[in-house]
Structure formats: structure tokens, C-alpha cells
Design a protein around this ligand. Structure first.
Ligand SMILES: [Zn+2]
Length: 149
């Protein structure tokens, strides 16, 4: 009898395991789903999604400008920090070299944070001076921070 219960429980677990990606996936697809995100990649993703929300809320009039700038600054710092530890992880796992692709990604994020060109629809970090998102075509209202050096 207890064996049967165990078997049923196990079957339940397998079903949940298989269904899990179906149930949790499909929301917020700002980048393609990687099966295994490292801690740093996960943090980066959360920070970027947060940034996107902050942009969205600001443009929707739910945030005033000082809150927007404060939140954005904090999230941007988190995203950059996560990207830097991500690149450290990659450097370690790839035996001391870091692909130019990753360096480019970090630089693109830095630039877009500075220039305010992160898309508030899809979270794409667009290059400096972009007026439209290169990923989804949404118009970018560049809110350039003149206080930055
Ligand atoms: Zn976009």
C-alpha cells in the first residue's frame, strides 16, 4: 500500500516537473529562455525586468520623476553588477577568456542605461542615440540624464 502511495507521489512529481516550464513560461520573454540560468544571469534578468517595469510605470504616469530616477538608478546598478559577475563566471568557466560577445553585451547595457535607450516594451538595451527599439520597433523616449559625466 505504501508502495502504491509512493508510486502515485512520484508520478505526480514527474507530471509537475514536465508541466512546470509550461505553467511558468510564456511570461516576460525579453530574452530567449535559457534552460539553466546562473545566479548572476537570474539577477540580471530580474533587474532588467524591473527596469522595464519602472520605464513602463513612468511612461504610464504611475511614477513621478524623482521616484523613477531613484528606482532606475538602483536597478541599473544591480543589472550592471549582475552582468559583471556573469562575465566573471563565464571567464572562469571558459578558461580565462571572455568572448567579445559578452563584452559587447555589457557595453551595450552600460550605454543604454546611460542613454535611457532600454526599451520599455521588451527590455532590449538599444545603442546610443536610438529613437526606436531595434528589437520590437517601439519608439524610445530618451530621458537623458544630464547629471552623468
Ligand atoms: Zn523593444
Amino acid at each position: 500500500m505504501s508502495l502504491l502511495i509512493a508510486a502515485v507521489a512520484l508520478a505526480g512529481c514527474i507530471v509537475l516537473y514536465v508541466l512546470h516550464p509550461l505553467l511558468t513560461g510564456g511570461s516576460a520573454s525579453m530574452e530567449e529562455d535559457h534552460h539553466e540560468l546562473t545566479e548572476a544571469q537570474h539577477q540580471k534578468r530580474i533587474a532588467l525586468l524591473g527596469l522595464r517595469d519602472v520605464e513602463y510605470d513612468f511612461h504610464a504616469g504611475k511614477l513621478d520623476e524623482s521616484d523613477y530616477r531613484r528606482l532606475k538608478k538602483g536597478l541599473a546598478a544591480e543589472a550592471l553588477q549582475a552582468m559583471e559577475s556573469e562575465s566573471r563566471e563565464l571567464r572562469e568557466s571558459e578558461g580565462g577568456t571572455l568572448s567579445a560577445e559578452v563584452e559587447d553585451e555589457i557595453e551595450a547595457l552600460r550605454t543604454s542605461l546611460r542613454e535611457g535607450t532600454i526599451c520599455h516594451e521588451c527590455g532590449e538595451p538599444n545603442p546610443r542615440g536610438s529613437r526606436f527599439c531595434g528589437e520590437c520597433g517601439t519608439g524610445l523616449s530618451v530621458t537623458r540624464e544630464t547629471t552623468d559625466a
